[in-house]
Design a protein around this ligand. Structure first.
Ligand SMILES: [Zn+2]
Ligand SMILES: [Zn+2]
Length: 150
């Protein structure tokens, strides 16, 4: 088994040519700890993680900068708030629960981008395919099953 490498956020920021600041480090840690979290979750994780006075706007700004630099990935299933994750660069997909909005990762079918060949790309050079599988998560399935049928 592979040993989990210690993530060096400072190094990641430097490599992305971003200035290393405490809010940036804290946001990266929060996104790592809460995959697919929305902004509210990240704000409270950053606040309870040692930066109690950080403003919501500051966290928004950091998320924007990190997304632009490719250090975090932003996903937004329709009808859902924007969510962030630190698993970037592998073009994995997501399965989303229609009822509770739970999100899980689904590995890319082929392993490199884009994993789906377009039947007709209309001459575009395609470098990404974003697939969202919609359905019911196990918790919502059992909840539905236990509900009295009409
Ligand atoms: Zn659900
Ligand atoms: Zn994901």
């Amino acid at each position: 088994m592979e040993v989990q490498e210690t993530v060096d956020y400072t190094e990641q920021l430097r490599r992305a040519a971003l200035r290393v600041t405490r809010p940036r480090l804290a946001v990266m840690q929060a996104v790592d700890a809460h995959p697919h979290a929305d902004t509210d979750t990240i704000v409270s994780a950053v606040r309870s993680g040692g930066l109690p006075d950080v403003s919501r706007q500051a966290v928004y700004d950091v998320l924007g900068a990190l997304t632009e630099a490719g250090l975090v990935r932003r996903i937004q299933p329709s009808g859902s708030l924007a969510r962030y994750e630190s698993r970037v660069g592998d073009n994995h997909h997501h399965v989303v629960c229609r009822v509770c909005g739970a999100v899980e990762d689904v590995d890319c079918a082929i392993g490199e981008t884009p994993c789906l060949a377009a039947s007709d790309a209309h001459g575009y050079e395609v470098d990404e395919a974003e697939v969202i599988y919609w359905g019911l998560c196990p918790a919502c399935q059992s909840h539905q099953a236990s509900e009295p049928q009409p």
